[in-house]
Write a protein that binds this ligand. Structure first.
Ligand code: SPV
Ligand code: MG
Length: 670
């Protein structure tokens, strides 16, 4: 694409400004002239060839262009009849230099924002800049827009007209038509009219579309008053700020492209999402907040990096009042739409603007994201994440998984609410569900080798942290091996219960004989486990069965404090009552003396309590211990019965997931 800049005019209305050089050399801000700004922006946008028509002071103009030392090839075409002709004639003289390519055409007295030039250059169709927010000027160009096309351009049109500025991108085919018509005009001697008069004759075939710049700077300078307005606008531009929010933990070329675009609008302020906010939006961040912040602080042209604590932009927008918010256009629909709506509302409150660029979801970036996800599944990354999540979020949730497929459900199920993506933080490898899946009772019959096999199946297809139900932990001599194996595998937490002998599921309560271990023995087991542990982030949690076995609150609390003293990283308090009162009482009393040790609950019976309430009372981990098993198996039983009843499968079909969905549930890789 070539640039054509028209600089043959005398600029008489500029008074003394044009007494020693052409109008385009008028300074607009510091040493920057109209022309130097145009040429720098063209060079930056990748234009190489500039055709410039000249009139008065042509030698001064040419010397000036070369003195700027820009990577541009100039072709100057002098119009020595500049006093009596208009630029239609200058273009006529330059015609040979202008064929066979797309053209970006601008008058030499036009000052525009960088982003406007970019949009014009990127346009796949021929365009002229217009503004829907600027009042129709009395004397300057207006474009008559009918349908979606420009039909006339001139100063005399007011009906269906928009203020228009002489900045065009012309596709070769449209330019050829217009250029030929201008040549025909000149050959007939019509040399003192606007080039646009020729366009008006052929606008039925020469397809030029309006490009609305709205309130952006795109002004001609005809008078000293215009100059004052443009200079003031340019100063204002220098102080404008643009806000972008990022959650990413790797900066790729797509991010750099959007930051560079934002820079063209003003000083770039980047909001980096806090770790907690990232988790409520997508996956756990690979890099913690401070490191993600440092990434952006080191990108050239980023003016300031601030923390965005929530998915909502409101607080930061109210604090920094950026002139623009820049975002990909992908949030116009989908779960982020409420966030976008709020951004628009806050911006409208103080006159800010939202600028959206096409979202790039290229194969290259998807591949990077999938590699990042894979990192999260590696043992060290996975193991350490649970502790971090508890510290970060205060309360984490886990759902039961007993196989690859239930692991995938725990991994992938997401519910979008108020712009947030709600999902489980971790998986619970329950002894009850693991045994049930194997058709065995929950009495530590399924041995550790088999339990580890289940963990491995889950780990192969997921990335989320795992909490392992270690039953009683077995003999201390065996428990120390279990701890090391789990650590090596990348499990984050084991919970062992203070029972001994033939353990039965706690939900039987006192209906079956169960023996609670002595405090001393159990403390010893915990201490030995902690001693065996090799990593810092693995957690051993002591599960207290006193309430299940009706030993009273005092016993539960005494045990809890003893277990913590023995080295437990957390306590799990269990109850099989529907009423959460005893759980609440335990948490309250425990928290009087211990504010920090994580408390785990399994609200199978007291299931009316919300996560918010647990959090507020001081609970840190909520485990949904068996709901997938309890909902899945009855559905299977029902299907089996239906087939038996009808002697065929047709009637069961409605209960079944379509084969297509089952296939898509299972990804080719994690
Ligand atoms: C399990 O899920 O196996 C548990 C929790 O240990 S509970 O069944 O409530 O005892
Ligand atoms: Mg269990």
């Amino acid at each position: 694409m070539k640039a054509l800049i028209l600089n043959s005019g005398k600029g008489t209305r500029m008074g003394h400004f044009t007494s020693e050089h052409p109008k385009c050399m008028t300074e607009i801000l510091g040493n920057e002239t109209i022309l130097s700004r145009q040429l720098k922006l063209l060079a930056k946008a990748g234009i190489k060839d500039v055709v410039m028509t000249t009139g008065p002071f042509s030698d001064i103009l040419m010397d000036y262009c070369y003195s700027l030392n820009l990577p541009l090839e100039y072709t100057f075409v002098h119009n020595d009849r500049y006093s009596e002709t208009n630029y239609i004639y200058s273009i006529y003289l330059a015609q040979d230099k202008l064929r066979g390519d797309d053209i970006v055409l601008m008058h030499g007295d036009l000052v525009f924002e960088e982003l406007i030039l970019d949009q014009v250059l990127e346009s796949p169709i021929s365009v002229m800049t217009v503004s829907s927010t600027v009042e129709l000027p009395e004397k300057d160009f207006k474009a008559v827009v009918l349908g979606d096309r420009i039909r006339k351009v001139g100063i005399e049109f007011f009906d269906h007209a928009m203020a228009a500025q002489p900045l065009y991108k012309l596709k070769e085919k449209d330019w050829e038509l217009w250029l030929s018509e201008m040549c025909a005009f000149c050959e007939r001697g019509e040399v003192a009219c606007y080039g646009e008069n020729a366009f008006n004759q052929i606008s039925d075939v020469c397809e030029i579309y309006p490009m609305d710049v709205r309130g952006a700077l795109c002004n001609e300078i005809d008078t000293p008053e215009d100059l004052a307005v443009v200079s003031a606008r340019l100063k204002e531009l220098e102080n404008r700020t643009v806000y972008l929010c990022f959650s990413t933990d790797m900066v790729h070329s797509g991010h750099i492209t959007i930051i560079n675009k934002a820079r063209k609008l003003g000083r770039v302020i980047i909001g980096v999402l806090s770790d907690e906010a990232v988790c409520s939006y997508k996956r756990f961040p690979l890099l913690p907040y401070e490191e993600r912040k440092a990434l952006f602080e080191n990108i050239a042209g980023v003016y300031q990096v601030v923390c965005q604590n929530t998915l909502s932009y409101r607080n930061n927008l109210e604090q920094y009042k950026p002139d623009y918010v820049v975002h990909g256009d992908d949030w116009r629909t989908g779960f982020q739409k409420p966030i976008r709506d709020e951004v628009l509302e806050v911006l409208a409150g103080y006159g800010g603007q939202l600028v959206e660029f096409p979202y790039s979801n290229s194969e290259k970036y998807r591949e990077l994201e999938s590699r990042t996800r894979y990192q999260l599944s590696l043992p060290d990354m996975r193991r350490s994440r649970l502790k971090k999540s508890i510290e970060m979020k205060g309360l984490v949730t886990a759902i039961e998984a007993h196989s690859g497929i239930t692991g995938l459900i725990a991994e992938k199920t997401v519910v979008y609410q108020n712009g947030e993506a709600r999902q489980f933080d971790a998986m619970w490898v329950s002894s009850l569900c693991d045994s049930t899946a194997k058709g065995k009772p929950d009495i530590e019959l399924v041995d550790m080798t088999s339990r580890f096999r289940t963990i491995d199946d889950i780990m192969e297809v997921t990335t989320k942290p795992i909490i392992f139900d270690g039953d009683t932990g077995g003999l201390t001599e065996h428990f120390v091996y279990t701890v090391k194996t789990l650590e090596r595998m990348g499990v984050s937490m084991i919970i062992i219960e203070d029972k001994t002998g033939l353990k039965k599921n706690s939900l039987f309560g006192t209906e079956v004989a169960q023996t609670q271990d002595t405090i001393e023995n159990f403390c010893h087991k915990i201490a030995m486990g902690k001693k065996a542990q090799k990593t810092r982030d693995f957690m051993i949690v002591a599960r207290i069965e006193s309430l299940i076995l009706e030993q009273g609150m005092e016993d539960a609390l005494t045990r809890a404090f003893a277990y913590v003293k023995a080295g437990a990283d957390g306590v799990m308090i269990h109850s099989r009552k529907k009423d959460p009162a005893e759980i609440f009482e335990f948490v309250e009393k425990f928290r009087v003396e211990d504010k920090t040790t994580p408390i785990v609950v399994v609200p199978t019976s007291f299931n009316a309590v919300t996560e918010e309430e647990f959090k507020q009372r001081g609970v840190n981990v909520v485990i949904y211990a068996n709901q997938l098993t309890r909902s899945g198996f009855p559905a299977m039983q029902e299907t089996a019965r239906t087939i038996l009843e009808h002697h065929r499968a047709k009637e069961a079909d409605d209960k079944c997931m379509p084969i297509k969905d089952i296939i898509t549930l299972i990804p080719e890789e994690v």
